[in-house]
Unconditional design. Structure first.
Length: 417
């Protein structure tokens, strides 16, 4: 019997080279459950159990899960509660026998790319700088993705720009006294899941905004209704976010940097050797979202541009990693409020430290900072491409972002059904 990794690479290779998934039915040496996970990941939880464990009565994965999503099943095997699991990947990291792995959506995504009649867009997370080599520019990555079958690449950082504007405007309108505070709403699905599921009393302090991933997917589909949208990033939790009922309209597939790297290797695509295809329109503010403190810095500088004469200044505080986020939230609940804008990131280092990033988060932060510094626009309000895109999407002024919209608004208290 083949191991899960051997099965995965064989199925992926056949998908890329044969494009005839019917051949898989003739394979007589695979685990049927594992194959079903690869072909139909939507039917399974975000964490897959690839073989039986022998961890005793108190497995690390159960103890480590912050959402109590893992438990022994009736047969004694570990089971993952799909509703409770948020894709933090902590259980995978804590599994001593390495029998847990994250879900992979690459097989059905490639099938969709090959069969889709309309445009196919790659929505690439702001953390992508340096993931495929320190000298791989956004333009080279765009060309590499076109060789896979994408028609275009959209930098999600441009939509981080728009959400920065929205968060700054929300702060300007809502923070009127020294005791008011706002929790960042856009970016990290782990942070939002913690607030919704564990600390729901804090939900009123979260602005009703979607994440940059959801905003980019909705915007693309607004401009190109038949488009297929595929997000690529370092995060397993984004796979869960894309399936949530009130925002499921935005992104068709979520892939990790590692999944795309597997494709590049099998197709023998070296992004470093690709031609340039530069179309970068994001500001420094949108580009630095990918590391801890990036959202706070972006919102602070944008607020200063929007309303430099505010009587109450913005004071930010950040936490990264689940434990640190919980500690910061507990401080808020116990009245130890030392800021009026709180930023939480589920991964150490922020998105650049995501569980499926390809490089250390320290290196990722350095790359993202360098890319941010190279932008000709310091804040979203200075970025003419942001204003142009908002106009194309029907927003006459930046202030109109405060109104409920089908693209940038999310009511996390009462999700749309």
């Amino acid at each position: 019997m083949k191991t899960f990794e051997e099965l995965y690479y064989e199925v992926l290779m056949r998908t890329l080279k044969d494009k005839d998934m019917g051949l898989l039915e003739k394979m007589d040496y695979y685990d049927t459950h594992q194959l079903d996970c690869l072909l139909h990941p939507e039917k399974h939880p975000l964490v897959w159990h690839t073989k039986d464990c022998d961890c005793g009565d108190d497995p690390n994965c159960i103890k480590a899960c912050p959402f109590q999503a893992i438990h022994p099943g009736k047969s004694g095997k570990i089971e993952v509660d799909e509703e409770k699991c948020e894709g933090c990947s902590i259980c995978i990291e804590e599994c001593l026998e390495k029998n847990l792995t994250n879900s992979k959506d690459i097989i059905p995504a490639l099938q969709a790319i090959h069969s889709h009649k309309g445009l196919v867009y790659a929505l690439v997370a702001p953390a992508f700088l340096g993931q495929y080599g320190s000298e791989v520019t956004p333009g080279k990555l765009r060309t590499a993705l076109k060789m896979v079958g994408f028609d275009g690449m959209v930098e999600v950082a441009l939509f981080a720009d728009i959400l920065t504007l929205k968060e700054a405007l929300e702060f300007d309108v809502n923070i009127k006294t020294e005791t008011d505070y706002q929790l960042t709403s856009c970016c990290c699905p782990m942070w939002i899941a913690m607030i919704r599921k564990i600390y729901s009393e804090l939900v009123p302090h979260v602005p009703p905004a979607v994440s940059p991933m959801i905003a980019s997917g909705r915007a693309v589909k607004s401009l190109h209704p038949d488009a297929l949208t595929i997000f690529i990033g370092p995060c397993l939790a984004k796979k869960k976010e894309a399936k949530e009922p009130d925002i499921v309209d935005a992104v068709d597939f979520v892939l990790t940097f590692q999944e795309m790297q597997d494709v590049f290797e099998i197709m023998e695509i070296d992004p470093l050797k690709m031609e340039e295809s530069e179309k970068d329109h994001s500001s420094r503010g949108g580009r630095i979202y990918a590391h801890t403190g990036g959202v706070s810095e972006a919102v602070s500088s944008t607020l200063e541009r929007i309303n430099p004469k505010r009587s109450i200044s913005i004071h930010t505080k950040q936490a990264h990693g689940v434990s640190a986020c919980k500690e910061m939230i507990n401080d808020i609940l116990e009245g130890r409020i030392t800021a009026n804008f709180y930023e939480g990131m589920g991964c150490v280092g922020g998105c650049v430290g995501g569980p499926r990033a390809l490089i250390p988060h320290e290196e990722g932060r350095k790359n993202v900072e360098g890319y941010g510094n190279s932008s000709p626009y310091q804040t979203p309000i200075d970025n003419p491409y942001v204003i142009e895109l908002l106009h194309r999407l029907g927003f006459d002024t930046i202030e109109s972002l405060l109104k409920e919209s089908d693209i940038f608004t999310r009511d996390i208290l009462h999700p749309k059904k």
